[in-house]
Ligand binder design. Structure first.
Ligand code: 13P
Length: 258
């Protein structure tokens, strides 16, 4: 069975002191016994990773993620961070192809595919983001768009490699806007992604692929989203910056509910 996951993407937020306080709050208040088979992932800015790794050390079910990495192993790439560097400080996940990277920093599907391979080569699990823009949703092109992103970013992988990929559906129009996809809208795309995985690999691989929803997830809407059969958790932006909100979203996972 697939792993339910709630991941906090802090984006470019928090000073080091604020980030440390946030991580300490999450680590000290999270009731790990409630998680069951679920995992919690924190993706702080690069500058905070080492400290947050220390705070999370030896905590089962808690994992560290980078928000991006470069495709090369090392070299003259000023300002970039390699997958192996993330691995070396204890990260086990990396977010790749986030829509902000695509829209603001010119990332392409082909570039995301290279990063996915680089991450897997360093034993990092990539959280690969797909999602349509507002104008694409308005033109009813969301299915074509996400299918293309998934195919180009991931379907060159072997089955063994793909098994370690986590997918995230993040409709661009729902990110940071307060507008959430309805549970039905999100479920529709999640089911489509899972079907595409089944077709490319197998039903068994599709069944075991965790597909997260991202885009204005809050404590008030997390349960209805996570209740959908193909939504396996969330990738949380704004609400991951408050301990109480983030934990409420973690506890909205069906496995963690009381
Ligand atoms: P918000 O939760 O702030 O909408 O951000 C979602 C996101 O982009 C997570 O990666």
């Amino acid at each position: 069975m697939r792993t339910p996951i709630v991941a906090g993407n802090w984006k470019m937020n928090t000073s080091l002191a604020e980030g440390v306080a946030l991580a300490q709050g999450i680590v000290s208040e999270l009731n790990i016994a409630r998680l069951g088979k679920a995992d919690v992932v924190l993706a702080p800015p690069f500058t905070h990773l080492y400290r947050v790794a220390e705070i999370m050390a030896n905590k089962p079910k808690l994992h560290l993620a980078g928000q991006n990495c470069h495709a090369a192993e090392s070299g003259a790439f000023t300002g970039e961070v390699a997958a192996g560097m993330l691995r070396s400080l204890g990260a086990s996940y990396v977010i790749l192809g986030h829509s902000e990277r695509r829209q603001l920093f010119g990332e392409t599907d082909a570039g995301v595919a290279e990063k996915v391979e680089a991450a897997l080569a360093q034993n990092l699990r990539p959280i690969v983001c797909v999602g349509e823009k507002l104008e694409e949703r308005e033109a009813d092109e969301q299915e074509i768009v996400v299918q293309k992103q998934l195919t180009q970013a991931c379907f060159g992988l072997s089955e063994d490699d793909f098994r370690r990929v986590v997918l995230a559906y993040e409709p661009v129009w729902a990110i940071g806007t307060g507008k959430t996809a309805s549970p039905e809208q999100a479920q529709e795309i999640h089911a489509l992604l899972r079907k595409a995985v089944a077709k490319r690999y197998s039903d068994a691989v599709a069944e075991n692929t965790s597909i997260l929803y991202g885009g204005s997830v809050k404590p008030s809407n997390a349960e209805e989203l996570f209740d959908q059969p193909d939504i396996d958790g969330g990738l949380i932006g704004g609400a991951s910056l408050k301990v109480e909100d983030f934990l409420a979203i973690v506890y909205a996972l069906p496995v963690a509910r009381r």
